[in-house]
Design a binder for this molecule. Structure first.
Ligand SMILES: [Zn+2]
Length: 260
């Protein structure tokens, strides 16, 4: 991610100078050390193919899946195009040319590889949730414990309240890669859910951007692990709905630098 950020930063840097030379840009650098301060957001061209390659490595190293399982998609909000990881290829050797580009109606735009077998699920979620731009499907151990039990995971810790915002429900079982699984996942996520479980299979996490989707993945697995341990020694005390709603709202509006 850092490498990608640096490369995008560098691209933005050069593009900023190009605009300045053409006299069409709005270069408003504020002195030494802030060469990007004046760039308009639209001037930073995101390389989604490189972004997906980096995100694949991030998924592999997160420990939330193994081998070639799991898959990732990102939607470019400007073009509406969706970038997906290819089917059954090792994340650590993926290249930009392996990334598949599709429209949300399922048509292939570009790609020499077959997209992930769960492309229908990714596109279904992105169609149903216009505010979501990143979808990550994982196979993590503790989330899968509840996916096998087909039991929901409640937001029992503060991090879950903030990142997940509600109970994570298991989708009704369907075979991998089928339209039924896509339909069931969209239904289990609902209109506001940040994650759902795929029965006897794994988890699906979403975000307005990739960082948020990864945060949801990490927090879901941590919550599942704590819930599993808590159930093993006693009866977990659930957080009241209003406290969960308060923490979710606080996390979105106030938590973090640059917020009031
Ligand atoms: Zn899977």
């Amino acid at each position: 991610m850092i490498a990608l950020y640096e490369s995008n930063k560098k691209a933005a840097y050069y593009e900023g100078f190009a605009n300045m030379r053409r006299g069409s840009g709005q270069w408003r650098g504020r002195g030494p050390g802030r060469p990007f301060a004046g760039l308009r957001t639209g001037e930073i061209k995101m390389n989604y193919r490189a972004f997906l390659v980096e995100s694949g490595k991030r998924l592999l190293h997160s420990g939330l899946t193994v081998e070639t399982w799991g898959n990732i998609s990102a939607r470019d909000p400007e073009s509406g195009l969706v970038y997906l990881t290819p089917s059954a290829m090792p994340y650590d050797t993926l290249t930009e040319e392996d990334i598949v580009v599709m429209r949300t109606d399922g048509t292939l735009v570009e790609g020499r590889r077959k997209p992930t077998v769960e492309s229908g699920m990714h596109l279904g979620i992105l169609n149903a949730r216009p505010e979501i731009n990143a979808v990550i499907h994982t196979h993590p151990i503790y989330s899968q414990v509840f996916a096998v039990l087909r039991q929901p995971i409640p937001p029992i810790i503060d991090e879950a309240a903030q990142a997940l915002g509600s109970t994570v429900y298991p989708a009704e079982y369907a075979l991998p890669g089928t339209p039924e699984l896509a339909h069931n996942a969209v239904k289990a996520l609902g209109g506001k859910g940040m994650a759902c479980l795929l029965s006897n299979h794994g988890a699906v996490c979403v975000g307005r951007d990739m960082n948020e989707a990864f945060k949801v993945c990490t927090v879901l697995e941590m919550t599942a692990r704590i819930y599993h341990l808590a159930l093993a020694v006693g009866k977990p005390v659930l957080l009241p709905d209003e406290q969960v709603a308060f923490m979710k709202d606080f996390a979105e509006k106030h938590y973090g630098q640059g917020k009031a």
